[in-house]
Design a protein around this ligand. Structure first.
Ligand SMILES: Nc1ncnc2c1ncn2[C@@H]1O[C@H](COP(=O)(O)OP(=O)(O)OP(=O)(O)O)[C@@H](O)[C@H]1O
Ligand SMILES: [Mg+2]
Length: 274
């Protein structure tokens, strides 16, 4: 797992560029038997799949299929009724406070602190590494600031470092959110519809960034998407949920129209392709 913060570590990261490359090919994130019901009705039931380090997995499925419930369970935001989520040797559900840094979350609505600058938001990604008092006082060390600037540079927003988050465009805000995730030096990034609020061109840019981080840094990425074309273009593997169950798990190149019809049903698929 990642080394704790310290001058030496941060300088290495800032210079070398983010997290060390993991052993691509190893099973990194292992989701098994996840089940969550609301008032006796299953939102997800027995969902399991594995993600390797450096693998980009897209999660597809119709509205209400259980994608957000799955993601919330995977990130510890929601406690499932049954099932486990392992990140290498860590039990994600047992991670608390600063240990949560191992899994970064990217949201559809960006979830930035609007009154903080882009840099201030990215520095929030370092909270899992610095002593609590530094976080409260927002007194980050030079190494953390350099690393945060490096992350902003990587998403193409170094020139906006001092700009308030709520004055950035939607696409820029999502880039800042990705820079914040990078600053966390995570082992996995879980992104629930990160491009649903953006136009397709801007969305492609965001997915390019996520794929770059995934492949270059060996981070496991799980990303839900509404546009299956995006999943086919960017993902290494596609898993599909329907009615809370996992019904598809295959290489993205094998995902064809027949599989899409099975996942979405004919009518919904036609409306997606119109
Ligand atoms: N807090 C909750 N209380 C009750 N039911 C819920 C709750 N959260 C989700 N559900 C139900 O669980 C099911 C799955 O919802 P979920 O939000 O996970 O779907 P989704 O695949 O993310 O949909 P979308 O593509 O529209 O975002 C839905 O039937 C939803 O109504
Ligand atoms: Mg959802």
């Amino acid at each position: 797992m990642n080394a704790p913060s310290g001058g030496e570590t941060v300088q290495r990261s800032a210079a070398a560029g983010m997290a060390q490359k993991r052993d691509a090919g190893n099973v990194h994130l292992d989701v098994a038997g996840l089940t969550k019901a609301y008032k006796g009705k299953f939102a997800i039931e027995g969902v399991g799949f594995k993600v390797r380090a450096g693998e980009f997995v897209a999660v597809l499925g119709p509205s209400g299929a259980g994608k957000t419930t799955l993601f919330r369970c995977m990130t510890g935001l929601l406690t499932p009724d049954r099932g486990t989520v392992k990140l290498a040797d860590l039990d994600v559900m047992q991670l608390h406070g600063r240990e949560r840094r191992h899994v970064a979350v990217v949201f559809q609505q960006f979830n930035l602190v609007s009154r903080l600058s882009a840099l201030g938001n990215v520095l929030a990604g370092r909270l899992g590494y610095v002593p609590a008092w530094r976080g409260w006082a927002r007194r980050f060390e030079r190494g953390d600031r350099l690393l945060a600037l490096d992350c902003l540079d990587r998403v193409g927003l170094l020139d906006k470092a001092g700009q308030r988050a709520d004055t950035l465009s939607g696409g820029e805000q999502q880039r800042v959110a990705i820079a914040r995730a990078l600053a966390q030096q995570p082992d996995a990034i879980v992104a629930d519809e990160p491009v649903a609020s953006l136009d397709p061109k801007i969305g492609s840019g965001i997915l390019d960034l996520l794929r770059g981080i995934c492949h270059r840094d060996g981070v496991a990425v799980v990303c839900s998407l509404h546009q299956m074309q995006f999943a086919q273009t960017y993902a290494d593997r596609i898993v599909g949920l329907a009615n809370g169950r996992l019904v598809v798990d295959m290489p993205a190149g094998a995902f064809d129209t027949a599989t899409a019809a099975q996942l979405y049903g004919g009518a919904e698929l036609r409306s997606m392709l119109d």
